[in-house]
Design a protein around this ligand. Sequence first.
Ligand SMILES: Cc1cc2nc3c(=O)[nH]c(=O)nc-3n(C[C@H](O)[C@H](O)[C@H](O)COP(=O)(O)O)c2cc1C
Length: 187
Amino acid sequence: MTDTIKVLGISGSLRKGSFNSALLREARALAPDGMTVDVADISAIPLYNDDVREKGYPAPVQTLREQIGAADAVLIVTPEYNYSIPGVLKNAIDWASRPPAQPFDGKIVGIMGASPGRLGTARAQYHLRQCFVFLNSTVLNKPEVMVGGAANVFKEGRLADDTTRGFVEDLLKALAVAVEKQRKLAD
Ligand SMILES: Cc1cc2nc3c(=O)[nH]c(=O)nc-3n(C[C@H](O)[C@H](O)[C@H](O)COP(=O)(O)O)c2cc1C
């Protein structure tokens, strides 16, 4: 029997009615057999301060680092703020990315995002990819899931568009394939 594939989802929005958090919830619901998608809570992570880090990781950061370390893959769902990624998401990644044993090293990462605009977070997603170059993560190139016109595809907090749901399912399947490949290499 193969081990369950554990995916950790991180939404870059703290807003209750967030389209991106709704997209992550949908991914959780659409996870194929043999995969679980847990959702990280980054709302209590303080602003990065290296003086604080030197004294020890704050509890919410430590939890996030452990969750990333324990996951087979990370699924980041990013809003786009001023053509880039939101500060809260960058801040969480910055905290998680410090030594020892930075947990993004070699980690499989999938990216998606939603915005009311037409480009569906395309610009933010390319900035996010750049961060993971430094962190030496394995970011899936495809499928790209950029959900534009979010106000029309989400209804009452649910993704109400079958085409977009199909894109999310494709991304989850691609994460599963990447994890299986990584496991085979590690055997
Ligand atoms: C500070 C700020 C900057 C924004 N910049 C962009 C942008 O560059 N591109 C875009 O498509 N939407 C932009 N938006 C609109 C967001 O896409 C929109 O607020 C979206 O709903 C945020 O994601 P959420 O629903 O998950 O919270 C911006 C919103 C804020 C608050």
